[in-house]
Design a protein around this ligand. Structure first.
Ligand code: ATP
Ligand code: MG
Length: 427
């Protein structure tokens, strides 16, 4: 066994039960996004490395130590497996001039890659659903993004809580930065290695440290909220008013800074205490400077990304049933004539939009019926010599939710009758 090749550490297979749960989640997500007028954007998984360095910031956990970066040996270009989706979305929006006629509401989903230490809720390949509202500057859009999250949580039957903060604009951040550097310089002996390195390059990032030893010194650090100017404060008040009007509870967390450099003004995280250390299921905020920073015409923007693995774990913890697909029927057949009849019947039943698993691999009726049970199909359709002679199939209910009208016992039906019974049951 030890010679067998395994999946890459921190990268998971999604076996059918999990994949179908994911599909059911995606169905809910697509319908939810449509209700809010967001449209899907699909971008490549590989991007030129400088995109992420410029967007996320050189002195961040992601760019400093988490990116899968390699040189394309055919042309010497440095490429990176995307660690997040906002940079790609903004790149595409600029490249295709999508904002030429006004703001756009977009979303994306797919795998992201970060070279982190794998643990529950933290993987090297994980998945996000991301939502971006580009070209809108008002607090209404910040509130819309948050309200729509709350709407999705309701539908999924989960209840993460909302943490909110404002990072203000660049002048406030510059003032705060100077105060932070002065403060951390006074406490240099308490800084960890990352902290010492970031003291002058990116002191705000020190506040985002995951090191428990840094908690105390960070707790007493100068707060950005004290530097926020009137305009940004009014924006933040506007967001809070709309949230309150929508009945959304939130907690202001002045230490919430987010791990990426591109944010300004509103930032938020949806957190839960039900998933251990990896408690943030969704995070986002405003990033008004990013489009210009990546070479586009200045345009405000805001968005968020949620972690699919963490959300599905939370849905599971809430005791939601796993949504897996079941076939409508499993066809059991023995003999050459029966196989030919069954083959035609399966085609007709599928053409009617029903799901049929055709038994493969031969075997006795008894062993085939075991497979039928294991398939979780609603009914078995049995074809033997008698049935072929009569041009019929025997329909046997396999589950409590088997088709109505057939009772518990087996009955003989034509293919047309089988289709109408199965259709009633799956309606
Ligand atoms: P964390 O603080 O947990 O490292 P982050 O701030 O790096 O998260 P974001 O870049 O904001 O995360 O990504 C948005 C969401 O994607 C997170 O809230 C989380 O749900 C999910 N996520 C991020 N990194 C991972 C990972 N390595 N494995 C699984 N999910 C992740
Ligand atoms: Mg992280």
């Amino acid at each position: 066994m030890s010679n067998n090749i395994q999946s890459v550490r921190g990268m998971n297979d999604w076996l059918p039960d999990a994949a179908e749960t994911w599909q059911a989640f995606e169905d809910v997500v697509r319908a939810w996004l449509r209700r809010y007028g967001y449209r899907e954007l699909r971008t490549p998984i590989l991007e030129a490395t400088p995109l992420f360095k410029r967007a996320i910031g050189e002195v961040t956990d992601i760019v400093e130590k988490e990116m899968y970066t390699f040189v394309d040996e055919l042309n010497g270009e440095s490429l990176t497996l995307r660690p997040e989706g906002t940079a790609s979305a903004v790149r595409a929006v600029i490249q295709h001039n999508l904002l030429y006629d006004g703001g756009k509401r977009l979303w994306y989903t797919g795998p992201m890659f970060r070279h982190e230490r794998p643990q529950k809720g933290r993987y090297r390949q994980f998945h996000q659903v991301g939502v971006e509202a580009l070209g809108f500057g008002g607090p209404d859009v910040d509130a819309e993004l948050i309200v729509m999250c709350a709407d999705l949580w309701r539908e999924l039957g989960i209840a993460p809580t909302l943490q909110l903060n404002t990072l203000g604009d660049s002048e406030a951040r510059a003032r705060h930065r100077a105060k932070l550097i002065a403060y951390f310089e006074q406490h240099q002996d308490l800084l960890d290695e990352d902290g010492k390195r970031r003291l002058h390059s990116n002191p705000l990032r020190i506040l985002d440290s995951k090191n428990p030893a840094m908690a105390e010194i960070n707790a007493a650090a100068p707060q950005l909220i004290d530097e926020i100017d009137a305009e940004a404060r009014a924006h933040f008040d506007g967001v809070q008013k709309l949230l309150t009007a929508s009945g959304i509870a939130f907690e202001i967390n002045p230490r919430l800074v987010r791990g990426l450099d591109y944010y300004n003004r509103t930032v938020f995280e949806w957190v839960t205490d039900q998933l251990g250390a990896q408690g943030t299921v969704c995070a986002g905020g405003r990033y008004d400077g990013l489009i210009e920073q990546l070479g586009g015409k200045p345009n405000p923007a805001a968005g968020f990304a949620m972690g699919v693995e963490r959300l599905l774990a939370l849905v599971e913890a809430a005791g939601r049933p796993v949504a897996t697909a079941v076939p409508d029927a499993y066809i059991v057949h023995a003999g050459e004539a029966a196989a030919a009849f069954a083959w035609q019947a399966a085609a007709a039943i599928r053409a009617a939009g029903l799901a049929v698993v055709m038994h493969a691999g031969g075997g006795s009726f008894k062993s085939q019926m075991k497979k039928a049970d294991a398939s979780r199909a609603r009914v078995a359709l049995i074809v033997g010599d008698d049935e072929v002679a009569a041009g019929q199939m025997s329909l046997k209910p396999l589950r409590a939710d088997a088709p109505v009208g057939t009772g518990e016992t087996q009955c003989r039906v034509s293919v047309t009758q089988a289709i109408s019974i199965l259709k009633q049951a799956s309606a």
